[in-house]
Ligand binder design. Sequence first.
Ligand SMILES: NC(=O)c1ccc[n+]([C@@H]2O[C@H](COP(=O)([O-])OP(=O)(O)OC[C@H]3O[C@@H](n4cnc5c(N)ncnc54)[C@H](O)[C@@H]3O)[C@@H](O)[C@H]2O)c1
Length: 318
Amino acid sequence: MAKRVVITDHVFGGLDIERETLEPLGAEVVLAASSDEDTLVDLASTADAMLVCFAAVGAPVVRAAGENGCAVIARYGIGVDNIDIPTATELGIRVTNVPDYCLDEVADHTLALLLCAARQLVPANLGVREGDWTIPHGNVHRLRGRRLALLGVGRIGSRVVERALPLGLEVVGYDPFLTEPIPGLIQVGSAAEAVREADFVSLHAPLTDETHHLIGPELIAEMERAPVVINTSRGPLVDPDAVVAALAAGTLSGVALDVTEVEPLPDEHPLRTHPQAVVTPHMAFYSVEAERELQERAADEVARALRGEPARSPVNDV
Ligand SMILES: NC(=O)c1ccc[n+]([C@@H]2O[C@H](COP(=O)([O-])OP(=O)(O)OC[C@H]3O[C@@H](n4cnc5c(N)ncnc54)[C@H](O)[C@@H]3O)[C@@H](O)[C@H]2O)c1
């Protein structure tokens, strides 16, 4: 019988890469009609393998897959916080990710957001579109000598350091698990210390219980220079209500977000139109090249599992 590969959701131009990789192995590729839990439980109960983008693959979905002997849940991406890994491990289902397909893209996007906020490009460009030709006085400061704080200095954070130093930024970083020094980075011992004198705060940590709402009232209260907060990591690291309140109070001067707690950001959300907010649609990972590599590598993890071969990038030990 044909093996069944269930794709829970995707954001790509098409699924030709998956079909070209998996159909020659006798596999049928099925895309879920929606990614609500009931639909995914139904489909998972027929899955020999799963490919997952942003859909929530919690315990009920993983258990349904486990009952069908599903061999692998392959995440299209780096973060695996949307997959219940302990349950997958308990059921012997391999979980994989693609850890390094877009590191340059996300670091570039982080700098793009930082420069966009620092140079006030959004209000300036909106003004021009409306027939205006006025310099946004007061809000633009010389970048050289300003301080950027990174919370999380792993693969992406370290690439942000490389890009920020030539701009003349002073870069401080807090990462509790950093073992090697990073050239040019001033390492500090706490998130509060990192943000205290920062003009920009950029997040590059995974979503965990510790990092959930890391940018909230408590850490914002430590920030003495009303910085711009940049988030290209995971939306729930930032408490959106705290950010809206801090913008109103002037304790933050701006936010630049590629990821938000709820995605898409709801139509009526104040950050969609706030003059000091720049929001992009979770696209930091994207380039033509990165997207192709992502699809190829995730599909390859499924092919490996179906052929009984070891994973290239396992995130659990089964
Ligand atoms: N926006 C996008 O399109 C996009 C694309 C790829 C990755 N991401 C996200 O970017 C983030 C970073 O990815 P990466 O590849 O650099 O991961 P990584 O694992 O290489 O680095 C993450 C770093 O965060 C550190 N960390 C863990 N807990 C921390 C804490 N409480 N405080 C400070 N640091 C902490 C870790 O020690 C690690 O060094 C992840 O959240 C990932 O999901 C987003």
